[in-house]
Ligand binder design. Structure first.
Ligand SMILES: [Mn+2]
Length: 319
């Protein structure tokens, strides 16, 4: 009898969650296992990830084995990130957790958490190497997608020499970085592009803010999301996810001494020309001057979603 191996990653999986999970799954397959992979509902792959190698390992979470012999969790900082699949932790023979979030709660039987790693794929690749898995192009593409997305296309500070060394090993398998990057970073559904157009058209520059560094802010409404169709709604959902808010979330990037990009997704229908919509109850923001400080206090997430990426790319040059 072969062991049941179930791979799971966090809800609304990003490139690192999917890439490290599927890359690791393909490695296990090379070793003779037949792993199954899944993630919590909604069970849908966003367009940049729907061509990932190893997606044939994916099964609907509703059909995931209740008591796998081995459960491996990818890129999830806590059990809560596993949604309805978290209960597999109790029933699994052994649970292994591969992650790089400093906030990881060390759940599972064997948490392997490397807070200094740029991506969970770095942790996954190290383990694959120790298991004697040979990197092939399919595994490499998955791990490369994970590495490229979690480093913001090799732009973030945690892009260490080791990250580039890993990227070099992955590229040596013959994968095509230009094609992968185009899919990941440079392709947008038409509806999303129109949404960005609306958001950018409303952008306001407040040169005196942020200690003279300047603030650029804009917002999207739920009307915008509806008008531009499912692609724009996905972008909006990603934006709210990235900002960690369920309701009318907003996206904030703060960089001292530079212009700031701020995107709000309005909780109210049809707000126009009145600045970002209010956040949670009790956190209603003041008009311009005060708003800036609230925004700054909200802090910038490390992750860059579609809207954030667009605004970041349109940062004005420093004075
Ligand atoms: Mn990650």
């Amino acid at each position: 009898m072969t062991a049941t191996v179930l791979l799971v990653c966090h809800v609304n999986p990003d490139g690192d969650a999917l890439g490290s999970m599927l890359g690791f799954g393909l490695g296990l397959r090379q070793l003779g296992f037949a792993p199954l992979a899944t993630f919590p509902a909604p069970f849908e792959l966003a367009p940049p990830f729907d061509a990932l190698p190893g997606r044939d390992l994916l099964i609907d979470p509703a059909g995931a084995p209740a008591a796998p012999d081995l459960l491996i969790c990818f890129d999830a900082a806590s059990e809560g990130r596993l949604g309805e699949l978290a209960n597999r932790l109790e029933h699994a023979g052994t649970s292994l957790v591969l992650d790089h979030h400093a906030s990881n709660t060390r759940f599972g039987d064997l948490p392997v958490v490397e807070p200094t790693a740029a991506a969970t794929s770095v942790v996954a690749e190290a383990l694959l190497a120790r298991l004697g898995v040979r990197l092939d192009a399919a595994i490499a593409e998955c791990l490369y997608v994970a590495l490229a997305t979690d480093t913001g296309s090799f732009k973030f500070d945690l892009t260490t020499p080791a990250v580039h060394e890993l990227a070099a090993r992955l590229l040596a398998t013959g994968i095509r970085p230009a094609e992968i990057s185009r899919r990941l970073f440079d392709s947008r559904p038409f509806g999303a592009m129109k949404l960005y157009g609306d958001v950018l058209a409303r952008a306001v520059l407040e040169p005196a803010e942020a200690g003279g560094g300047g603030l650029v802010w804009s917002y999207a409404t739920l009307d915008d999301l509806a008008r531009h169709g499912p692609a724009a709604q996905r972008a909006g959902r990603a934006d709210r996810r990235a900002s960690g808010r369920r309701g009318g979330g907003r996206r904030v990037r703060v960089q001292a001494g530079r212009h700031l990009g701020v995107v709000g997704v309005g909780a109210q229908q049809g707000r126009r020309g009145r600045g970002p919509a209010r956040g949670r109850p009790g956190r209603r923001r003041a008009p311009v001057g005060g708003r800036v400080h609230r925004v700054r206090n909200a802090g910038g997430g490390r992750r860059v979603g579609p809207l954030g990426a667009v605004m970041g790319a349109h940062r004005n040059p420093p004075r």
